[in-house]
Design a protein around this ligand. Structure first.
Ligand SMILES: Cc1cc2nc3c(=O)[nH]c(=O)nc-3n(C[C@H](O)[C@H](O)[C@H](O)COP(=O)(O)OP(=O)(O)OC[C@H]3O[C@@H](n4cnc5c(N)ncnc54)[C@H](O)[C@@H]3O)c2cc1C
Length: 451
């Protein structure tokens, strides 16, 4: 027998969320706010009690989609006004050390924000303590799942005890190597693909200056584009910088001595050496190994009315559009809207999420791959800068009609697949305009010759 709308409104769901990272903690807040009984299970210990772990990006670029979700759960103001550092554009570092800026949005001056991963995660967990209908279980690793029954087995990592849990809804927000997704993969008609790119990343640090201030202008995402590789830097709240070097693994492997490292930096990132300090650069570079970057596409995201995957578990993307977390946060916003639209009817909510969301997550995955080429190579080309100027002018002239790709992805909530379509017709219009221009030019030259 199916529940009536009135039954569903009064009946609160038992929801088990696997993964208390950024997306899981946010989804827990959305559901707790709706009055459901939420249990959050996280493999690691409480992030608020552990020091920052190196190797995973320490800060992240937060943009409009992520901000909307944070606003819905009541923490946006705190994150933006008391923590985030605005980045208004890209600051490009040439090999000779000179720099120039490319604003993100010269029309309305919108910006993205550099936020600390651990800080944001901590704030979301702290906020969840306001809800008596929500429990947090740290040191719980999902080891088995029967998703059709909503049944989960966790291993308590401190005591090695097994804990059995049954829920009305299981939400898998357990990241790119999701255990919930592994259970989903055993279901028929589940499509899955993963792609490792040939580039890895390694994090380095620029400390605050002698005056304890920033050593570079802070309100930018700094980029050292070098064709096949690049380095970027995002500002931290303590006036340091988290610097990420993205490069093919085979190039990393060639740098195996201090001398080779310094020669490499002298050649490609000369202006950064004094900012790092030679000793620190050498220590940081050789104390860790480059990490891989993976993109995952799969569908459907759900099992009947019982289980769903969101965030990186459903769609890990390479980090070059700064959209992985933002897209995961947007999953939570969309789910929230579907809960309202379908009056908590899980079968309809999960089915609609699966049927509609994949087009957008596939689109941002492809855009993120493309943006790596733009960031490491195209930004330095005159053709890119000319196109940006044309886009900015047309955006200024017709803000409703001509929204450039970066702006639609980063500063709007336009579905990602629509952002791609938008760019395609803009490309077409510019191609036609260019052909017309050449045609008129040729006609004028011919007319002049004949007169
Ligand atoms: C170098 C780099 C830079 C990035 N920069 C940006 C950026 O600027 N902007 C942006 O929007 N995104 C960025 N991203 C992407 C962003 O980090 C991810 O999209 C985001 O962390 C996804 O959040 P999540 O909660 O889905 O997964 P995760 O953050 O991976 O969290 C998953 C959680 O699940 C837990 N877990 C795993 N397995 C189990 C299990 N079996 N049982 C219980 N718990 C489990 C994990 O411990 C973890 O806490 C970047 C990524 C990288 C690698």
């Amino acid at each position: 027998m199916t529940d009536t709308v009135t039954d569903r409104k009064t009946k609160k769901l038992n929801v088990a969320i696997v993964g208390g990272g950024l997306v899981g903690s946010l989804e827990a807040l959305y559901l707790a706010k709706k009055g459901h009984r939420v249990s959050l299970y996280e493999y690691r210990e409480d992030i608020r009690k552990t020091p920052q772990v190196r190797g995973r990006s320490i800060n992240l670029a937060l943009s409009v989609r992520g901000r909307q979700a944070l606003r819905d759960v009541g923490v946006e103001d705190h994150i933006i006004n008391h923590h985030g550092i605005p980045m208004r554009g890209r600051m490009i570092h040439r090999p000779d050390g000179s720099t120039y800026e490319i604003p993100y949005d010269s029309r309305t001056n919108q910006c993205i924000y550099s936020v600390g991963r651990n800080y944001l995660n901590s704030i979301l967990l702290k906020e969840s303590e306001k809800y008596i209908n929500m429990e947090r279980h740290f040191n719980h690793k999902l080891s088995e799942a029967d998703l059709s029954k909503g049944s989960l087995t966790f291993l308590k990592t401190e005591t090695y005890e097994k804990v059995q849990v049954t829920a009305d809804l299981v939400v898998g927000a357990d990241g790119a190597f999701s255990a919930v997704r592994k259970a989903l993969m055993k279901k028929p008609l589940f499509d899955f693909s993963q792609q490792y790119i040939e580039h890895g990343y390694l994090e380095l640090f620029i400390p605050p200056g002698d005056d304890d201030g920033f050593q570079m202008p802070p309100n930018y995402l700094h980029i050292w584009p070098r064709g096949n590789f690049m380095m970027i830097a995002l500002p931290n709240q303590d006036c340091s910088w988290t610097v990420t070097l993205f490069m093919p693994f085979k190039n990393f492997a060639l740098i195996d001595t201090e001398e080779k490292l310094l020669t490499f930096f002298e050649k490609h990132f000369k202006d950064s050496i004094s900012l790092f300090g030679e000793k620190r650069l050498i220590k940081d570079f050789f104390s860790t190994k480059p990490s891989p970057l993976v993109a995952i596409k799969c569908r459907p995201y759900h099992v009947s009315d019982k289980a769903l995957i969101i965030g990186d578990a459903a769609h890990a993307v390479v980090p070059f559009y700064g959209q992985g977390m933002n897209a995961g946060f947007e999953d939570c916003t969309i789910l929230d809207q579907l809960f309202t639209k379908h009056d908590d009817d899980l079968a309809r909510i999960l089915a609609e999420f699966s049927e509609t969301r994949w087009r957008d997550t596939f689109a941002i995955s492809d855009l993120a791959m493309y943006n790596y080429i733009e960031m490491r190579d195209l930004v330095t080309r005159p053709s890119y800068r000319l196109r940006k100027k044309i886009d900015d002018f047309l955006f200024w002239l017709m803000p409703e009609l001509w929204v450039p790709l970066y702006n639609s992805v980063t500063f709007s909530t336009m579905p990602y697949s629509q952002c791609v379509k938008n760019r395609q017709w803009q490309d077409k219009v510019l191609r036609i305009a260019m052909m017309l221009f050449i045609f008129v030019l040729v006609c004028v030259v011919i007319a002049m010759k004949m007169s």
